[in-house]
Design a protein around this ligand. Structure first.
Ligand SMILES: [Zn+2]
Length: 501
């Protein structure tokens, strides 16, 4: 790193202590990060995009500082029941039943959809992406440990975590601030309390009803693990307990993350995580995103523009910029116009990068105030990034730099007002901060992949419409001509998919 550039120590807001704290890894230079991944039963939506981009930038930033990061993010393919509680049907199994498919087909399909969306958003794949169903023996073992320690009980083949027993020895609600007494009044009416001794107790293992497809043998019954169990097991297996950073959306603080803490403390008498980080949620035009309000927007819909709230297909990087323009602990109110201005902002950032690459800094008539500004904006970038990952203010520094770069470009290819030394710093740092740290990919102006995807989708829809109107000649012509250029259309239960020959 150049002498003129300083990177301050990182501080992070820790949900556990409710304070910004200096980040000190437990075993430097290694850093373990775990982020709760998707439950793979439907298309990933804007909320998934936000969590993934936020923690991707955290990972990139720590890596750029020389830390060796192991990033683990799981795939929940069993145990996540409807309503996030201990009752109801498994989300994946329900989808499988409705679509007459194997649950694993559902999980496989949506894992692929999720990972494709992440690739388009330029999110680096996790070092490890473990599946819950691949860790059933470990989960059974953890249930047994918690039973042996006396913090769980068995009823009719199901195992529940004994929260009041836990609260006698350890503090309850350390992450969410909830108190056991409050919970008693709130959850008493919930269904399924009958087997539990206390409404705050939660399932570690559930005996499977006869119709249940995804089930495994255990010492207590043929059944399946509780949703919170997998994360504790995979934390411990791949990062060790305790580890540095656990992330996820704010909606996971309770009950999911609170239960993760209780499970680990009950089993190993130690809190599993040093820093808990939670990103805020996304609202759509001021409303909570939900399927019933019709404002539920999937990531792919942003890229194809196929949603009534969207005026056009948007570049994936526009979504990335939009996410980074808000601090991760604030709500993002998503709108089509907001996305359109993020797209303009993206173009401005990338065009400045291209201009900068063509400039040659020869000095001779150096303007020290201009040079100082360049160095100041770069240093400010790092200051804001280190201040609890304030990407909103950090990216604003890059916009200030684009103005300076545009001024410099007006001098012609040979820039005299900035010395070769400062010019080199500007070139290196602008590209490093934009591309390596914020993960904003410059792309060529000509047809990019996301637009190609959108064009293909238009053709697929036209073919669909032709078939609906019994114009099979036209439909076949679209399919055959696409095949001639190596694009195969396949009609599946999810609609028509395409693949390259
Ligand atoms: Zn989790």
């Amino acid at each position: 790193m150049e002498a003129k550039i300083q990177i301050p120590p990182v501080t992070l807001y820790n949900t556990r202590t409710r304070e910004k704290e200096e980040f000190k890894p437990l075993k430097p230079p290694y850093v373990g990060i775990y982020v709760c991944g998707p439950t793979v039963y439907s298309d990933p939506h804007l909320g998934h995009a936000r969590a993934a981009v936020v923690f991707d930038v955290l990972r990139r930033y720590l890596t750029s500082m020389g830390y060796k990061v192991r990033f683990v993010s799981n795939i929940t393919d069993v145990g996540h029941l409807e309503g996030d509680a201990d009752e109801g049907e498994d989300k994946i199994q329900k989808r499988a039943r409705l679509e007459q498919l194997e649950p694993m087909e559902i999980a496989q399909h949506y894992t692929r959809v999720y990972n494709n969306a992440m690739a388009k958003l330029n999110v680096i794949p996790p070092n490890i992406q473990p599946h819950a169903t691949c860790h059933i023996p470990e989960q059974i073992e953890l249930v047994q440990t918690i039973l042996d320690k006396g913090f769980a009980y068995v009823v009719n083949g199901s195992v529940y975590f004994d929260v009041p027993k836990y609260a006698q020895k350890y503090e309850y609600g350390v992450l969410s601030g909830r108190r056991l007494e409050e919970l008693e009044s709130v959850t008493r009416e919930l269904r399924g309390v009958e087997e539990k001794k206390h409404p705050a107790d939660f399932a570690l293992w559930k005996k499977a009803p006869p119709t249940h497809i995804m089930k495994w043998k255990s010492p207590w019954s043929v059944g399946f693990p509780g949703w919170h169990l997998e994360c504790t097991v995979m934390n411990a297996k791949y990062l060790g307990i305790p580890f540095d950073i656990h992330g996820g959306g704010m909606d996971l603080i309770f009950p999911h993350h609170e239960c993760e803490i209780m499970q680990a403390v009950a089993a190993w008498d130690t809190e599993p995580v040093r820093y808990w980080m939670h990103n805020n949620l996304i609202t759509i035009d001021g409303q909570k995103m939900s399927k019933s309000l019709g404002n539920f927007i999937t990531i792919e819909q942003v890229f194809t523009g196929e949603h009534e709230r969207l005026s056009k297909a948007h570049h994936p990087m526009a979504l990335r910029v939009l996410i980074l323009q808000t601090h991760y602990r604030s709500v993002i109110d998503f709108s089509d116009s907001g996305l359109a201005s993020a797209e303009k902002a993206y173009k401005r950032l990338v065009q400045a990068l291209k201009k900068l690459e063509t400039l040659e800094f020869i000095g001779g008539k150096t303007d020290s105030s201009k040079e100082d500004k360049i160095i100041k904006h770069i240093n400010n970038f790092y200051e804001f990034m280190s201040d609890d990952l304030n990407t909103a203010r950090a990216i604003a520094q890059l916009f200030d730099l684009t103005s300076i770069i545009n001024q410099l470009a007006n001098e012609g290819k040979s820039v005299q007002t900035v010395s070769p030394e400062i010019g080199e710093i500007l070139k290196r740092q602008y590209s490093h901060t934009l591309v390596d740290i914020l993960g904003i990919l410059p792309e060529d102006e000509h047809l990019d992949t996301s637009r190609l995807h959108a064009v293909l989708q238009i053709l697929i829809n036209l073919r669909q419409e032709a078939r609906k109107h019994k114009n099979f000649q036209l439909a076949d012509r679209i399919r055959d001509q696409l095949r001639e250029i190596g694009i195969i259309l396949r009609d599946t239960p999810y609609g028509t998919e395409w693949e390259l020959e």
